[in-house]
Design a protein around this ligand. Structure first.
Ligand code: SF4
Length: 506
């Protein structure tokens, strides 16, 4: 993929060319996309895929995968975000192209750490599993062939010949009749897991795998390929990151979230300092509750904690004057000299409100940023308790927050599965006594505003006031003013419309 500002006239691809580009609604992503993409489109595609993968994660922990509810909700999500899903739909070129390019963009953003890679691979696998499950039977063979998977469905005669052996060796058949199921003959080495579990019929170096079991093998293959590809991408990352147009965007993609950035200050001044203690137990997410408690107890927080907590407080409405007063009072309680505070700390607070230095109006940290960057060390209280606390310590904290035993194990299971934000969402539901919170958590300030909305009897007072000019439906990557404006200016100079892109893809 390249980025260029060269303007060209648009010729539209002929229908047969469009179909040949993407013959199926699902892909193994064997070839990277070619052609040019504008930075604006690059960003939009990437954000939509992050949204999609977050929905995949949420649905995967909220519903049993493969059930009717799971399938229909995921299909609705794909439809809403305009990604490909059904083989039979007419003119699927754009959704499939979007699927292809956005997958490769996220490879760049999500190859950067073990955590990111694991999360990305898991969501991509679930997405592929869903798409494969709704692929019409008569398309499966051609999809396998196009994906370079040498899995061939055997003929009815071959099936009949081995009927007894296949049925006896494959528990996944259950009561299904063999003639209704496809059976694939695949090299033995590809079916090692089934072989280890004694769940497959082997003959002359080949495994005879029923349709229900082939999905696991395909996913395994996909995982191996994607994992290798991410490792390779990570190696070429320094070159990509040296591109000053991409570097800020990729960083923000992997550390950010989709949705509101909580930078607008519509509710400035609506919180008084006296309210903070009680708000911290009622409406703060565990990460901020932990910071507040540590600050009150130790009358001090180290830099990482001051940044994370200070920007959160700014996002819920503390004015600069209130912030200065809040931190100063607390530090003085810890016997700090007022002069020392003024000289050493108030500059940083004013800086975070955009009143010093480059005058960047910093936005509160998103969950992804907190989870993935600046791991807390000894004596630090920042970070995300679901990600950074020792499991036993987390259990104790949750018990102290009065989470019932059943809920506790649910949350700890989610943490074990590395679904930290979903675990926090569960925490929200339990502490607010709601079955389904109805949002996908991505930001500590979102936790706060949703909590206030519920505690205020469903009136969305704070949420409305905080973002009058930023509709929730408008996707946006959180970024500092610096990178945002740099990107915007680059985008405008490099923008090419979709017509030109189509021409380049010819
Ligand atoms: S998931 Fe987000 S809001 Fe919840 S504790 Fe972690 S960082 Fe805070």
């Amino acid at each position: 993929m390249e980025f260029s500002g060269v303007k060209r006239r648009k010729p539209r691809l002929a229908d047969d060319q469009r179909n040949a580009c993407y013959p199926h609604s699902l892909q193994f992503y064997l070839q990277p996309p070619s052609g040019n993409v504008s930075l604006t489109e690059f960003e939009t595609l990437a954000i939509d895929r992050v949204k999609l993968l977050k929905s995949v994660e949420n649905l995967g922990v909220s519903y049993v995968k493969g059930t009717e509810q799971y399938q229909s909700k995921l299909e609705a999500e794909l439809r809403k975000l305009k990604f490909s899903y059904r083989e039979s739909l007419e003119d699927e070129y754009e959704p499939r192209r979007k699927d292809h390019i956005s997958h490769f963009i996220l490879r760049l953003a999500y190859c950067q750490s073990e955590d990111l890679r694991r999360w990305f691979i898991q969501q991509e696998m679930d997405l592929l599993r869903f798409r494969f499950s709704i692929l019409p039977k008569d398309k499966i063979q051609s999809f396998l062939k196009d994906s370079h998977l040498q899995f061939e469905a055997i003929s009815d005669e071959e099936k009949t010949l081995r009927e007894q052996d296949i049925m006896a060796s494959s528990p996944s058949f259950g009561g299904t009749q063999l003639e209704l199921e496809s059976v694939y003959k695949i090299p033995f080495a590809e079916a090692l897991d089934l072989f280890r579990g004694r769940k497959v019929y082997l003959e002359n170096g080949f495994a005879y795998v029923p349709h229900k079991d082939i999905v696991a093998i395909i996913l395994n293959e996909f995982r191996t390929k994607l994992s290798k590809a991410l490792a390779l991408t990570a190696r070429s990352l320094p070159a990509v990151q040296s591109d000053e147009r991409l570097q800020p965007l990729l960083n923000h993609l992997s550390h950010s979230y989709t949705g509101q950035d909580y930078s607008t200050q519509g509710n400035v001044g609506k919180i008084s300092l006296d309210q903070i203690d009680s708000l911290s137990t009622k409406s703060f997410p565990p990460c901020m509750r932990q910071l507040h408690k540590a600050l009150r107890e130790n009358h001090h927080l180290r830099h990482g904690g001051r940044m994370q907590y200070g920007l959160f407080l700014k996002g819920i409405g503390l004015t600069l004057e209130q912030a200065l007063q809040f931190w100063k009072q607390e530090f003085i309680r810890g016997k700090m000299d007022p002069d020392k505070f003024d000289k050493g700390y108030s500059y940083n607070i004013r800086h975070s409100y955009g009143k010093e230095g480059k005058r960047t109006d910093y936005t509160p940290y998103s969950c992804m940023k907190i989870i993935l960057t600046n791991t807390p060390g000894q004596g630090d209280y920042h970070g995300c308790p679901f990600r950074h606390s020792d499991p036993e310590l987390l259990r104790q904290k949750l018990q102290a927050y009065k989470i019932p035993a059943a809920g506790l194990s649910q949350i700890l299971d989610l943490v074990k599965g590395t679904h930290y934000q979903v675990a926090c969402q569960k925490f929200f539901e339990m502490t607010h006594n709601v079955d389904d919170c109805g949002f996908s958590l991505s930001h500590p300030n979102q936790f706060f505003f949703e909590s206030q909305r519920i505690l205020g009897g469903g009136k969305d007072i704070k949420k409305e006031s905080v973002q009058p000019e930023t509709p929730q439906t408008r996707p946006s990557v959180q970024r500092s003013k610096d990178s945002s404006s740099a990107l915007d200016s680059l985008s405008s100079s490099l923008d090419m419309d979709l017509e030109e892109l189509e021409e380049l893809l010819q």
